[in-house]
Design a protein around this ligand. Structure first.
Ligand SMILES: *Cc1c(COP(=O)(O)O)cnc(C)c1O
Length: 474
């Protein structure tokens, strides 16, 4: 396929911008060569993007059970609301009095998120989950620093954590202490007790964790950390299994980030925009980033908390993502948010039950919103890897699950169907999984060769990561 720069000719063009209705200011010409823009007409531009769209697989194309990513269907009403002129035709430097509706939307979203998480304050500024983690850790740091408890420099992270957790902790200036998981996939309590001390700043935990298990000792875990003087951070990127059912604030957590672009149904993938909203208990509220929104007698205004850690992003975060999330929460309401969570758990358990006689599950028992299979035995017996099965799924119109994550499971495939898939879709996916397993035994070479039906065959992923080509040479 040709790049847009390789199409068209200098004679072709179209007019995208309306006529200028403000005085024209001429900038000093500093450019040595003319700007190299594509020269295509409107129909060619449309065809180009349609052709690109046909070569990818999104939630609107088919099943997308990418664990830890919650690729759920994004209701179109969210888009309608985010596109309302009152939300799109405003400028971030406009006076507060002229954007009361936008402020009310932010305030409402903050209030709902506090309610769902059991927290006392929320910031909508972080642009992604990882930036939310960084923000939350800076809150923990500000708390200890404010109390002159300066020895607390260590963050405890279980080995099943999402890779962003230790990375964020290091970025925030902490030392990471890794603790192993017990054989049931939960936190090893003895290891945790041995790790905490007067240098503990806090614990970062994903729950349900990255193997899809709700830690049975959750209250004891937060107690151990609190007794040692540390704070508890909840990675709530994937709140899908528990939203509206149990609240991290009630489990003893002091700070949490949520990925509004996962659980709260904003389209995501391909780099954004996202929202990693951060919630915290009252003891951390005065450190939250500013500006935040306050309400007084029906009027909304920005304010910056007293000991704020400062801004995490320009202006107010990705506002339109917040509008989508708010729409989602309002359309579902307090009755249906827990219903969505229950269906997410039911769907994951349904698929796991259908596959469990054939595929090895990494952990026994019920799962939450996702489950992890280990294909180590299949690999030993047939040479067919988790990667090969994933490529075989692509030939059947199914996006692969998350592969080789979490790192503690060999030949891992992590499946998250989400609550928005029908039984028919899941049955079809299970049939494909079972068919591929048979194929691994009868004709492994076919799976080594997969995919054969996709726009491109198997890619050199290591080469792409090690020697990325980031520049187009004309
Ligand atoms: C997705 C995810 C993150 C990171 O979120 P980004 O928006 O990609 O930065 C962190 N933790 C968990 C458990 C996640 O699934």
């Amino acid at each position: 396929m040709k790049l847009i720069f390789e199409q068209g000719s200098p004679e072709q063009h179209m007019t995208l911008l309306p006529e200028c209705d403000v005085p024209v200011v001429k900038l000093k010409e500093t450019r040595q060569v003319p700007l190299r823009l594509p020269h295509v007409c409107e129909n060619e531009l449309t065809r180009h993007y349609t052709a690109l769209a046909k070569r990818v697989h999104g939630v609107n194309d088919g099943f997308y059970p990418l664990g830890s990513c919650t690729m759920k269907y994004n209701p179109k009403i969210n888009e309608d609301m985010a596109a309302l002129p009152g939300f799109t035709q405003v400028h971030p430097t406009q006076g507060e009095g002229t954007v009361q509706g936008c402020l009310e939307a932010m305030y409402t979203a903050e209030k709902y998120l506090c309610e769902i998480t059991g927290m006392d304050g929320v910031t909508l500024q972080p642009a992604a989950g990882a930036q939310g983690e960084f923000t939350g850790l800076l809150l923990i740091k500000a708390y200890h620093t404010h109390r002159k408890d300066l020895a607390r420099k260590k963050i405890i992270v279980p080995d099943s954590a999402h890779g962003t957790n230790p990375a964020s902790a290091v970025m925030a200036g902490f030392t990471v202490i890794n603790i192993p998981s017990a054989s049931d996939g939960c936190v090893d309590l003895d290891a945790l007790r041995a790790a905490v001390g007067p240098d503990t700043a806090g614990l970062m935990l994903t729950n349900p964790n990255t193997v899809g298990i709700f830690d049975k000792n959750i209250l004891e875990i937060t107690q151990i950390v609190h007794d040692a003087g540390g704070l508890c951070y909840y990675d709530g990127a994937n709140l899908n299994a528990v939203m509206g059912v149990v609240r991290p604030g009630d489990m003893g957590f002091d700070v949490i980030h949520l990925n509004l672009h996962k659980t709260f149904s904003t389209p995501h993938g391909g780099g954004g925009p996202g929202s990693g909203a951060v919630g915290c208990k009252a003891l951390l509220k005065e450190f939250l980033p500013g500006p935040a929104v306050a309400e007084k007698n029906g009027r909304y205004a920005f304010y910056t908390p007293k000991h704020s850690i400062g801004r995490m992003k320009n202006f107010y975060g990705n506002f339109s993502v917040v509008v989508r999330a708010m729409t989602y929460m309002m359309t579902l309401g307090k009755e249906n948010i827990p219903e969505a969570a229950r269906n997410a758990v039911l769907n994951a358990n349904y698929m796991m039950a259908r596959l469990t006689d054939t595929y090895d599950m990494a952990y026994g028992g019920y799962c939450m919103h996702e489950f992890v299979m280990t294909l180590a035995r299949l690999h030993d017996e047939t040479g067919v890897s988790a990667m090969d099965i994933a490529k075989g799924l692509l030939d059947n119109g199914i996006h692969p699950p998350t592969m080789y994550f979490p790192l503690i499971v060999h030949e891992a495939l992590m499946v998250e169907p989400t609550e928005t898939e029908s039984k028919e879709t899941m049955d079809h996916a299970c049939d494909v999984f079972l068919k591929l397993y048979e194929e691994a035994k009868s004709n492994p070479q076919a799976l080594h060769d997969a995919p054969v039906c996709t726009p491109v065959r198997r890619l050199d992923e290591v080469g792409a990561a090690r020697n990325p080509v980031l520049r187009y040479s004309f």
